[in-house]
Design a protein around this ligand. Sequence first.
Ligand code: FES
Length: 574
Amino acid sequence: MAKKPLRSQRSYGKLDRDGFIHRSWIKGTGLPDHVLDGRPIIGICNTWSELVTCQFHLRDLAEHVKRGVWEAGGVPIEFPAMSLPETQMRPTAMLFRNLLAMEVEESIRANPIDGVVLLGGCDKTTPGQLMGAASVDLPTMVVSSGPMLNGKWQGQDIGSGTDVWRFSEMVRAGEMSLKDFLSAESAMSRSHGTCNTMGTASTMASLIEALGMSLPMNAALPGVDARRKTMSHLTGNRIVELVKQDVRVSQILTRQAFENAIVMHAAIGGSTNAVVHLLALAGRVGVELTLEDFDRIGRESPLLVNLMPSGRFLMEDFCYAGGCPAVMKELGDRFRRDALTVSGMTQGEIADAAEVWNRDVIGSVDQPIGPSSGVWVLSGNLCPDGAILKPSAATRELLTHRGRAVVFEDIEDYHARIDDPNLEVDETSILVLKGCGPKGYPGMPEVGNMALPPKLLQKGVRDMVRISDARMSGTAYGTVILHVSPEAEAGGPLALVRNGDEIEFDGPNRTLNLLVSEAELTNRRRAWEAVRQPSPFTRGWYKLYIDTVMQADQGADLSFLVGNSSSEVTRESH
Ligand code: FES
């Protein structure tokens, strides 16, 4: 059978005016004639920027990918994609995940590229880049930034995000001075790389391994470890091979791969944000995946990794303990061993080659770090399309709770009143925050782990049940019910909750109910509809986003981006 011509040759292989144009303007970058002779062209999609430390070293890693590509007989061509610095963007980086996905998708499809290496790391870059690449479906691999080194402060290890939340509550409770608090800043983030806890960045990098989209150890090797450069080089080698074998994203991202990602997510005590990202990614490749799958499949795995925020250690420790391959090994047949990966090995072969080097950091199925956790998916009249909670980060005694609602209509209302000593709240209350879903904020920010009222912190209260249509940082903890769907802005029952209403949360039975009669809710809905205001966002990206974003239970992708348009482009530019 004749070998399929490379996609890039439709631009560089033509001996006519169009071929002249494509070749001439790429030769202007310094490439000689002979490298355009039909070698695979490998796009390196780089989210490098100086906006955040998470991706600051990606230029360096790109150079190592290029070495590997050249060595394997390909031609590397680097191009930029937006950076999405989680800790810098307003109103929230999540508002732009789908914009990055669109940018990546169209950049890949429009250019003469045969295969892609995605370089990203900060929370939304990994899902955004992979969603976009999946909708084109060329051979694709991921190299993540890798985590920062452990934070070191006053003789203790401190973790990105997790210790910010803890220290901030200590200051609010009067247990820590402002001077000490500020002195921890530079000790927490002391190298290039992503957050060093099992936050969203580390979770997504781990799930990239579980999905089979990177070489082994993608998640755990620190950003500054020389072995991450080696892994980048080897990725450059491997992507050329994938192009030659025409192994596409859709052959790796199967239902089996997503099931592995959910099992891994439970084993690592992963970020709740991974739920929306995996749902959105599944939508791009046509894999049926539901919110309920996370609860059902996640139960297969106990908590095996002892990392903040669910545990004690940090990503650097996870690396030295064996990383994701060692977790896969411990999971045994719970992990779908015959799933394919971009490495050329099956997941079972990767697991067989791994070892656990530190049992304090990675437990076993017989002696896990914690019971089966994953995420709990709730249903009930307060969340008709679901809500989630991360039990490993919650307080056990609060996992069944009935209390009266203290309601904040939006984030401004919350900020205005939470510190008020006259706020009517006690430790049995349930904090309810509205207006923070995909359409409402807009962009579904990480505000669901609301800080507690100072008057309760000063009494020693450290956790309360909190409910919202928001997300929370993967580094955060607490009995926090998130992603309530439909969100308040979309007319979900959350919009109808009022101060003093009783709410019943039964975690073991996965229910969340507002104990208000149907007749009363119908009256409230009429009143709510009568005072609704039109959206203040009438143009640009915000408007497109608000008009088309789907709810959290569907991954918060834009409705018109679901699916795949292939890599085919039939028309020329001249
Ligand atoms: Fe970038 Fe945490 S802020 S990974």
